[in-house]
Ligand binder design. Structure first.
Ligand SMILES: [Zn+2]
Ligand SMILES: [Zn+2]
Length: 244
C-alpha cells in the first residue's frame, strides 16, 4: 500500500475500528490491531465440550450434520451468542452485513491450515459454498460464504465451484425456527445447479457460521446425491456442538 493511499485511507482494525499502527502492516495488511489480535487468539483457545480438543482442532459435527453423514467439520471459534464484545462476533458481523474484504481475507488466511487438512489426500478436491438468499444479497450487497470460498481458493489453488443454488420464492429465514422447522425449511431451500456431477470427489463446503447445521446438512445431502464421495464442512465460527 502506498504512503498516500495509506494516509488517505488508513487501514482500520476489523473488530474495533481503530486505525492500525505502521508496524502492524509490514508485509501484508493485517486486519486486527494488536489488542484484538490477542483476544482473537484467546478465543481460538476455547475447548470443545464434546471431544475436549481446542476448537481449531475439533472435527465434531452437529447432530444435523451427522444425520447427513458429514464426518468432519473444522472451525476457528465457537460463537457465543449475545457476546457482542467478542472479536469473532464482530468479524462475523462485518462479513455478513458489510462484506468487508479485509475481514474476509483475514478469515480465509486463518482457515487455510484447516482447509489443507480437509483436502489432504483427496485427488481433485472441490471447494463450494452455501449460497446466500437473493434478498440478503440485495440488502447487504454481498454473498459472504462465496467471498470466503473464493479467497480460500486463491490461497490454496483448490478450485471453487458454484454447485448449489436457492429455489426461487421467499423462504423464511432460519432464525427463530425450531430445530425441526429448520431442517424442513432448509431442505426446501436449496437445489443442485444444472449438470453437477461429483462422482468420487471430496467436496469442502464453506459457510460463514454453522449453528444447528440444518442448512449445511441440506447442502451436504444434495452434494452427496450428485455423487460426492465425502463432504466436509468449513466455517470460521460454529456453535459449540455440545451446547446444541
Ligand atoms: Zn482492534
Ligand atoms: Zn469437538
Amino acid at each position: 500500500m502506498s504512503l498516500l493511499t495509506r494516509l488517505l485511507f488508513p487501514p482500520k482494525c476489523s473488530a474495533c475500528g481503530e486505525i492500525l499502527d505502521w508496524y502492524e502492516e509490514k508485509d501484508r495488511p493485517k486486519a486486527l490491531c494488536s489488542d484484538c489480535m490477542k483476544q482473537w487468539e484467546n478465543e481460538k483457545l476455547d475447548v470443545c465440550g464434546s471431544c475436549g480438543k481446542r476448537v481449531t482442532a475439533c472435527e465434531c459435527v452437529t447432530e444435523e450434520l451427522q444425520r447427513a453423514r458429514c464426518a468432519t467439520f473444522r472451525k476457528l471459534v465457537f460463537y457465543r451468542h449475545g457476546k457482542g464484545e467478542r472479536v469473532q462476533n464482530r468479524l462475523i458481523f462485518h462479513i455478513k452485513k458489510k462484506g468487508d474484504r479485509q475481514t474476509v481475507g483475514f478469515l480465509a488466511e486463518e482457515l487455510l491450515p484447516a482447509l489443507q487438512t480437509l483436502s489432504d489426500g483427496a485427488k481433485a478436491p472441490v471447494l463450494t459454498y452455501v449460497p446466500r438468499s437473493l434478498g440478503a444479497r440485495l440488502e447487504y450487497g454481498v454473498d459472504q460464504a462465496r467471498e470466503l470460498a473464493n479467497a480460500l481458493s486463491t490461497l490454496s489453488g483448490i478450485p471453487c465451484r458454484r454447485l448449489l443454488t436457492r429455489n426461487i420464492g421467499r423462504r423464511p429465514s432460519q432464525k427463530g425456527l425450531s430445530a425441526e422447522e429448520r431442517v424442513r425449511n432448509a431442505k426446501r431451500t436449496f437445489r443442485l445447479c444444472k449438470n453437477v456431477v461429483l462422482r468420487g470427489k471430496r467436496v469442502i463446503l464453506v459457510d460463514d457460521i454453522v449453528t444447528t447445521g440444518a442448512t449445511a446438512a441440506a447442502c451436504v445431502r444434495l452434494l452427496r446425491r450428485a455423487g460426492a464421495l465425502e463432504v466436509f464442512c468449513l466455517a470460521p465460527a460454529s456453535d459449540d456442538v455440545n451446547q446444541n
